[in-house]
Design a protein around this ligand. Structure first.
Ligand SMILES: [Zn+2]
Length: 396
């Protein structure tokens, strides 16, 4: 058995007072985050850096001003956490792992507040947040582990108006039996993923129907006149509800898939699709796939750590689809519409399966020999590093 941190997420029904308190808190979290970002950006243009401690001092000063005194009315814990999140965002930016942090928008950003132990009480299975008299009315869809005590609690509300509480707890995991298997995953649009074993996993069966429903709801929303407030709000909620259902189903599906892949294999190889590398493509299918991919990578990362497996990340510019896995020839062009192709050496390739096999070969080379091994580079992309390795997060 192995001790790991695990998040348990539940829905809850707030009282009117709790809903009001949380809405106020979400607003303050956003305000503090944006003001701190503003201060750090302003310093950045002067080639100076503002760190977490300095923003924390600023927060104290803001609360003392008349126009921002309301920040002192909500729990200070989520506000401090917002500053910590901003610190992480900057650390990722300086480490070239993500873009420059962006402002939280009232409409588009996730409404959430994070509480550490000083901001909540957990007793006899009841969770009470700071500034609240009553515990939250949580729908316990599954039990917390025996004797679990949350170390962090995150409360959020999605666009469909549903309330969630996520509790980070210590949990025990049974290690997966040792295996020598290795698998690579190629991300697709027609199939959600293709495995190097040749297996193609399509989008969950509800997805097509859900998308049709979403398109219909969006058409209805765009038909509502701008002035017609009530009907427009109703149409917008409808769109949000369909979105929420799609997201829920996809999360369930990805959990099952990633658990299976990690349990069955010692090494899992994926392509790097970090935000910085992402190609701008605004089609709906692409946006949906990118979101799924980000979620899937996160799951693969922590599940590999849980089960003592290795996750290898191969650079995206590795020419996985155009490289013949048999003879090593790289094709100059391979339009996206071409699903199968024949190499000069006579091998007939399924585009996605070939790509997955190449990703596997590249990943295993990295895994065995370290990052010094480079596969052939795509001629048009010389100068780009062809591969990079994310060190596997293995615990002793
Ligand atoms: Zn060939």
């Amino acid at each position: 058995m192995k001790r790991v941190k695990r998040a348990f997420r539940y829905r809850f029904c707030p009282t009117d007072a709790q809903a009001a308190e949380l809405s106020r808190t979400f607003g303050c979290v956003r305000k503090v985050y944006n003001m701190a970002l503003d201060a750090r950006t302003e310093a950045w243009t002067r080639q100076e850096r503002v760190d977490y401690n300095q923003t924390s001092t600023m927060l104290t000063a803001w609360k003392r001003t008349e126009e921002l005194a309301y920040l002192g009315e909500v729990s200070s814990v989520p506000l401090q956490q917002a500053l910590r999140h901003l610190q992480v965002a900057f650390t990722n930016f300086f480490g070239k792992r993500s873009r420059y942090p962006r402002f939280k928008s009232r409409k588009k950003s996730r409404r959430s507040a994070e509480y550490t132990t000083s901001g909540f009480r957990f007793r006899e299975g009841k969770l009470t947040l700071a500034k609240m008299a009553e515990p939250l009315d949580i729908v316990w869809s599954r039990p917390l582990p025996e004797g679990a005590k949350p170390s962090t609690v995150t409360v959020s509300q999605d666009a469909a108006g549903r309330w969630f509480v996520s509790m980070l707890c210590d949990d025990m995991i049974t290690p997966a039996p040792p295996t020598r298997g290795a698998v690579a995953i190629d991300l697709g649009i027609t199939s959600l993923v293709t495995l190097s074993t040749g297996e193609k996993i399509t989008n969950p069966r509800h997805e097509r129907k859900d998308r049709a429903r979403l398109a219909k709801a969006q058409r209805e929303l765009s038909r509502k006149a701008k002035g017609d407030g009530a009907n427009r709000a109703k149409a917008r909620r409808k769109v949000a509800r369909v979105h929420a259902r799609i997201a829920d189903r996809r999360r369930d599906f990805l959990h099952k898939l990633t658990t299976r892949l990690v349990r069955e294999n010692q090494t899992v190889v994926i392509e790097d699709l970090t935000v910085g590398n992402m190609v701008k493509n605004h089609t709906l299918a692409r946006a949906v796939t990118d979101a799924a991919w980000t979620g899937m990578r996160t799951m693969l990362e922590y599940k590999s750590a849980w089960y003592g497996r290795e996750l290898v990340v191969v650079d995206r510019w590795f020419p996985s689809s155009k490289l013949c896995g048999v003879c090593g020839t790289i094709r100059a062009k391979l339009p996206l519409a071409v699903r199968t192709w024949t190499c000069d050496c006579g091998t007939v390739h399924d585009r996605d399966v070939n790509a997955a096999k190449n990703i596997l070969a590249a990943g295993l080379a990295v895994s065995v020999c370290g990052a010094g091994v480079r596969p052939q580079r795509e001629p048009s992309r010389t100068g780009q590093s062809a591969m990079k390795q994310k060190p596997p997060r293995r615990e002793p």
